[in-house]
Design a protein around this ligand. Structure first.
Ligand SMILES: Cc1cc2nc3c(=O)[nH]c(=O)nc-3n(C[C@H](O)[C@H](O)[C@H](O)COP(=O)(O)OP(=O)(O)OC[C@H]3O[C@@H](n4cnc5c(N)ncnc54)[C@H](O)[C@@H]3O)c2cc1C
Length: 378
């Protein structure tokens, strides 16, 4: 057994790497463990807000940007509405390079190919046993080990978790595809209720994906095939990858006395957009601050006030939107404010309660437009 660390972080995705970065900067002795060899591939659209990265990190992400998105296309009922995106605010990244960049900026000890198997907590610290037969001890443990978190399971946290599902393929980008999809993000709302499909451009690949909040078996796989067919994209030889997307639905316990869950391990995926990188980063930062302050409860409180309450309203908005998605899209897809709101959500610059208040204020107008629209459709 080695000398105790201040903190052990399990998982070097954006959540764990961010926590490691801020703890290392605060002078803590940190061990960052990941079961994979790093950098590791991760199925992900890789859509992320440039302004969020700028606000949180003092270093540049330029070396790992795949595409700066210039247009967003909303696809529904065989219509495509394309809206320009200003200010270079949305980027795509490949997760292996992106996550690894954050991890390597962190001044911490990194152990790859080391999977945590067992944890035990005492009054003074946490002991971690790994597949390599080693045992590590720390005063605090941060579980950043993704949707199927071993740490959450072992700590008895998030037992009643709800999972959405998302899958994706990445196919090599041909010149013709580059012309068609090069700097556009496609969001496809046909066919799947409570979910959407996407086509996101990367430098050398096209990410084609499908996700659903309440999928029936086979739903997202069928949806993905239909998207590929619609856009004449061959999925031959493409490997479909994906993982559960945990949805944080209520005031769940994310901490014990010495263990904190962050990112997907805590279920902190947005209930409307399904994006998780932003909240992985945000929760990683909050957890680091709480550990530096030696105050785990501070993390639980901050997550409640900054994320849980927002998600509760977000869930209501999400259900309403997806239930009536075609009406909302017919009404709003071409309006620049809608895309601006989407970008603000991705950057964490607008809360769902604020969005709801805006919608409520405009409710009479929206109602009139919906009535007019349905009369025109008769
Ligand atoms: C198909 C798909 C597309 C998506 N697209 C987007 C998108 O465009 N934008 C967006 O913001 N979000 C997207 N998401 C969500 C996003 O991928 C996740 O929310 C994000 O990866 C969460 O980061 P994390 O650090 O919490 O966990 P992860 O990125 O899952 O990292 C967890 C790490 O823990 C390691 N680990 C696991 N178990 C152990 C163990 N026992 N011991 C040691 N290490 C372990 C893993 O190897 C991994 O490196 C998508 C998700 C899916 C499934």
């Amino acid at each position: 057994m080695t000398t105790p660390y201040d903190v052990i972080i399990v998982g070097a995705g954006p959540a764990g790497a961010t926590a490691a970065y801020f703890l290392g900067r605060a002078g803590k002795r940190v061990l960052l463990l990941d079961k994979e060899a790093l950098p590791r591939y991760k199925a992900c659209g890789g859509g992320v807000s440039a302004s969020l990265l700028k606000e949180v990190f003092p270093f540049s992400f330029d070396s790992v940007v795949e595409t700066t998105v210039r247009f967003v296309s909303y696809v529904f009922q065989n219509r495509t509405v394309t809206v320009p995106l200003k200010n270079n605010t949305v980027l795509t990244v490949m997760r292996d390079k992106f996550d690894y960049l954050i991890a390597t900026q962190a001044q911490v000890e990194i152990r790859q190919e080391t999977a945590v198997r067992k944890i035990s907590e005492s009054e003074t610290g946490v002991t971690v046993e790994t597949n390599t037969g080693e045992t590590f001890v720390a005063r605090y443990l941060i579980g950043a080990d993704g949707a199927n978190s071993v740490v959450a399971h072992q700590a008895g946290l998030r037992r009643g978790k709800r999972m959405a599902a998302a899958i994706e393929v990445e196919i090599p980008l041909t010149p013709a595809m580059r012309q068609r999809f090069g700097n556009k993000m496609f969001f496809i709302f046909d066919d799947v209720l409570f979910g959407y499909g996407w086509i996101f451009p990367k430098k050398d690949y096209l990410s084609i994906g499908a996700g659903a909040f309440e999928p029936r078996p086979g739903d997202v796989q069928d949806f993905l095939q239909r998207i590929a067919k619609k856009y004449d994209l061959s999925l031959e030889n493409a490997i479909t990858k994906g993982h559960p997307v945990p949805i944080f639905t209520r005031h769940e316990k994310l901490t014990t006395e010495r263990i904190l869950l962050i990112g997907d391990a805590a279920g902190l995926v947005d209930p409307f957009t399904g994006d998780g990188i932003r909240l992985a980063i945000k929760s990683g930062q909050l957890a680091a601050q709480a550990v530096v302050a030696e105050n785990v409860r501070q993390y639980a409180r901050q997550v409640f006030w900054k994320i849980t309450l927002n998600h509760t309203i977000g869930m209501v908005l999400s259900r309403t939107f997806f239930q009536f998605r075609y009406s909302f899209l017919r009404l709003g897809a071409s309006r620049p404010q809608i895309t601006a709101a989407f970008v603000a959500i991705l950057g964490g610059h607008i809360s769902y309660p604020a969005l709801m208040m805006r919608t409520v204020r405009k409710a009479p107008l929206i109602l009139l437009m919906l009535i007019k629209q349905s009369l025109l459709n008769i």
